[in-house]
Design a protein around this ligand. Structure first.
Ligand code: PTJ
Length: 243
């Protein structure tokens, strides 16, 4: 039982949830360590959505709305933390959803698929083929899913696949609390924010952006600017950390 008045309530609930999903095989032990790294960077950005992250979230909505075949790629951590946030985002953005795992097993694919379906997400189905230029199992994807998508939202990604998807000419939106990660630097657009804060903002922007504004935003953004803003926020916080 985590008391709601605990100063770190939100973080403790997320950890407990991940631990439970690790026990049921949805999240991997590696996924738990990835979460810890994310939490460390969240401290550095102040555990809140920064102004530049909100702008990145608006731009992400614009990219999804302007896409011909938008897709959200879901791994174990994303499903465990945000299954209930993905259904409204899918509805408002019109994106397909595909499960794609680094530590892939058919059992995990099935379990994550049913967790998402129970939360109201329509998950792409079919026979995965080795279609991405990668030597590990993230190469396996659906021909009508990730392979055919033009814009792919990849929360909590590993850098390799991000680079491979970009090399295939796709626009990649990453959500990653670490602005220095290979993913953050390789993606077309990186949202430096915590997953469960970022997704509802993207959903909201999908409902409020006009088609014109979405087109304008999608046509002109600079990922280096978003990353440099995130690093500046961190530097600013660190320089006043003990005030
Ligand atoms: O479920 P699988 O088998 O596909 O495995 C998923 C993991 C997360 C294990 C895999 O994708 C992985 O190893 O990822 P990385 O390379 O550790 O990268 C994860 C990134 O996400 C790190 O840079 C973290 O800082 C960041 N991160 C972790 N938790 C969050 C986060 N970013 C935003 N919100 C979070 N909650």
């Amino acid at each position: 039982m985590i008391p709601p008045d605990h100063p770190r309530y939100r973080s403790l609930v997320a950890r407990e949830r991940l631990a439970q999903y690790a026990a049921s095989g949805i999240v991997t032990l590696e996924g738990l360590t990835a979460h810890g790294r994310g939490e460390a960077f969240d401290y550095l950005i102040g555990e809140k959505t920064t102004i530049s992250a909100l702008q990145a979230e608006k731009t992400a909505a614009a990219l999804l709305l302007s896409a011909e075949r938008p897709l959200i790629s879901v791994n174990g951590n994303t499903a465990a933390l945000a299954a209930d946030l993905l259904a409204p985002l899918q509805e408002k953005s019109g994106a397909r959803v595909e499960v794609n795992l680094f530590h892939r097993s058919e059992e995990r694919i099935r379990k994550i698929g049913s967790l998402l379906a129970d939360a109201g997400v329509r998950v792409e189905e079919g026979v995965a083929e080795r279609l991405l230029p990668l030597s590990h199992d993230r190469a396996l994807c659906l021909r009508h899913g990730i392979y055919a998508a033009d814009v792919v939202l990849v929360p909590l990604e590993d850098g390799d696949r991000c680079a491979a998807l970009r090399a295939m000419g796709k626009t990649i939106i990453a959500i990653d609390l670490n602005p220095l990660s290979r993913t953050a630097r390789t993606a077309s657009l990186t949202i430096v924010d915590e997953l469960t804060r970022a997704l509802p903002h993207i959903t909201d922007f999908c409902t409020t952006l006009s088609r014109d504004e979405a087109g304008r935003l999608a046509a002109s953004f600079d990922n280096r600017w978003f990353l440099s803003q995130a690093l500046e926020e961190i530097q600013e916080r660190l320089s006043h950390a003990l005030d």
